[in-house]
Design a protein around this ligand. Structure first.
Ligand code: NOJ
Ligand code: CA
Length: 565
């Protein structure tokens, strides 16, 4: 097995609850997901990242864990998980499990024992959480869920002290200064490896430790602990990938890769809103700006990229001016805003403009790193901003036009569904569903399948260097992906109008340009003024053929030097 499999992978993020209900209780479950593996295989993804599946009161959709080593009864059993892993592996698909190390639910037995001086296990668990006599400590730490929480401290009358929480008040932070906590989380990691997990997404890693006088994020102690998790993985199950969710600026995120000895992957949070900005402004500048601040990674490491996920579209990693712009443009209705973000899905954000949606996906699938696709976005599902918190982007998957959208049996009363289906005129399940799009050759789903197939044939997308080109107009985002085996040119038109653009392909003069989708070769070879016309939001993925054998590294330097000149 290649230890760096994640560099070639496309990930699919799925809420088990939302995907497919096998037993008619109105809640998606593991057997349901297992029954859809053929669909995911045909889509062309490589790995499935599941939102938390553990026992939980579900006040934060499972990120409030009540038992780390079992399955929520709504979703099935550990045997069901085992079957999912087996069936996924049989199809060459990998499974990513959540590890939520920072906090538990307040219903977790550890917290119950910790808060209650009369609990028989109190002595053992007393110091498993961060307790304080005053709410005045760690004042420099920001509040993350600003729409819901006034403070990072909540008073517990039973214990007579305040407990620390970076997220909801019902999610007390574990105390990582306690070696017992450190050891326990390592055992939990091993448990999921034993169950067959190929990778773990590490939730909210910046917040593991607290120190007075700091913002309590990205502390050296946190990195030291993450390195221990990594060392454990390397010793226990090499090839298991750790993916971190550090929603930080690139220079801070860089530390989570260490010297290749911490996390294998990190999401590139600041890039994501800038793809939306570039499309809104028909100007690539914001992408160039963040790439100029994106450091090189150790060789075995990889960025995770995405357009949308299960949370609000976060605007934490933009400037206040950019945030104002993004809110005004993409969230004109106040209800669309949540915390420092936007609670909408990809297709509604892009006004269901099919060209624009393909353009966004063209960037996602060809830019740096390994892409993550959020369930339902492959068919352009809509959202429901009137549902609580982030539920509006977590509605049932739309499989068919039948009652209940094929998510559950048609005779299950609609009120039993864990959340209502999207049922509006534009995005409703009768219109937007898998079956309809499978039958329609030009559907978004079939486009995604083709695009993923093309990407799979060209490892340069996951592994190659990225060289940004600088053509006029700025409404064109063009780059070269370059690896030892091949070189690919990608051109995206960020504008709603047709564009004619001239590219300086000086380093590649004479190369033939072969379209990766059609296999057809352009009439003219690459030159210092190679001109093409792109339709509105059009994109081209073109292989540069006939460059002759070159030492990839020295060639790369030549190209970089030329582009900087
Ligand atoms: C990040 C997760 O993506 C989000 O859904 C969750 O609410 C917080 N971490 C707290 O666990
Ligand atoms: Ca069910």
């Amino acid at each position: 097995m290649a230890y760096d499999w994640y560099k070639d992978a496309v990930f699919y993020e799925v809420s088990v609850r939302a995907f497919a209900d096998s037993n008619g209780d109105g809640i998606g479950d593991l057997p349901g997901l297992t029954s859809k593996l053929d669909y995911l295989q045909a889509l062309g993804i490589d790995a499935i990242w599941m939102l938390p599946i553990f026992p939980s009161p579900l006040r934060d959709d499972g990120y409030d864990v009540a038992d780390y080593c079992d399955i929520h009864p709504d979703y099935g059993t550990l045997e069901d998980f085992g079957r999912l892993v087996e069936e996924a592996h049989r199809r060459g698909l990998r499974i990513v499990v959540e590890l939520v190390p920072n906090h538990t639910s307040d219903q977790h037995p550890w917290f119950q024992a910790s808060r209650d001086p009369n609990h028989p296990e109190h002595a053992r668990y007393r110091d498993w959480y961060v307790w304080s006599d005053t709410p005045d400590r760690y004042k420099d730490a920001r509040i993350i869920f600003i729409d819901y929480e006034p403070s990072n401290w909540t008073y517990d009358p039973l214990r007579g002290q305040y407990y620390w929480h970076r997220f909801f008040h019902h999610q007390p932070d574990l105390n990582y200064d306690n070696p017992a906590v450190q050891r326990e989380m390592m055992k939990i990691l091993q448990f999921w490896i034993d169950q067959g997990a190929d990778a773990l997404r590490i939730d909210a890693p910046p917040y593991l430790y607290e120190r007075e006088g700091t913002n309590c994020e990205n502390l050296p102690e946190t990195h030291a602990y993450l390195k221990r998790l990594r060392a454990l993985v390397d010793a226990y199950a090499p090839g298991t990938m750790l993916l971190s969710e550090a929603n930080q600026w690139p220079q801070e995120v860089r530390a989570y890769f260490g010297d290749g000895d911490e996390m294998h992957m990190n999401f590139h949070f600041p890039l994501m809103p800038r793809i939306f900005m570039a499309l809104a402004q028909a100007d690539r500048t914001s992408i160039e700006w963040i790439m100029a601040r994106t450091p090189e990674l150790p060789p075995i490491c990889q960025w995770g990229t995405f357009l949308r996920n299960h949370d609000e579209l976060t605007l934490e990693m933009v400037t206040p001016e950019e945030r104002t712009f993004m809110w005004a443009y993409y969230a004109p209705e106040p209800r669309m805003r949540l915390n420092l973000g936007i609670r909408r899905r990809l297709a509604p954000l892009l006004e269901n403009d099919q060209d624009r949606i393909r353009c966004a996906n063209s960037i996602l699938l060809t830019f740096i790193g390994s892409p993550f696709i959020y369930y339902g976005d492959e068919i352009g599902m809509g959202d429901n901003i009137w549902l609580e918190d982030r539920n509006g982007v977590r509605t049932p998957m739309q499989w068919t036009a039948a009652p209940n959208a094929g998510f559950t049996a048609p005779d299950v009363p609609a009120e039993r569904l864990y959340l209502p289906l999207i049922d509006d005129a534009v995005f409703g399940y009768r219109t937007v569903n898998v079956a309809a799009q499978e039958a329609e050759p030009d559907s978004l789903l079939n486009w995604m399948r083709r695009a993923l197939q093309v990407r799979r044939q060209h490892p340069v997308f996951g592994r190659g260097h990225l060289i940004l080109l600088a053509p006029e107009p700025k409404s064109v985002l063009a780059y070269v992906r370059e690896g030892p085996q091949e070189t690919v040119l990608v051109v995206n038109n960020l504008a709603a109008e047709e564009q004619r653009v001239t590219l300086d392909l000086g380093p590649y003069v004479g190369a033939r340009l072969e379209d990766l989708f059609t296999g057809q070769t352009e009439p003219e070879t690459a030159s210092e003024a190679w001109t093409l016309t792109l339709p509105r939001y059009g994109y081209r993925w073109l292989r540069l053929v006939g460059l002759g054998p070159r030492a990839a590294e020295s060639f790369h330097e030549e190209v970089v030097a030329r582009c900087r000149a």
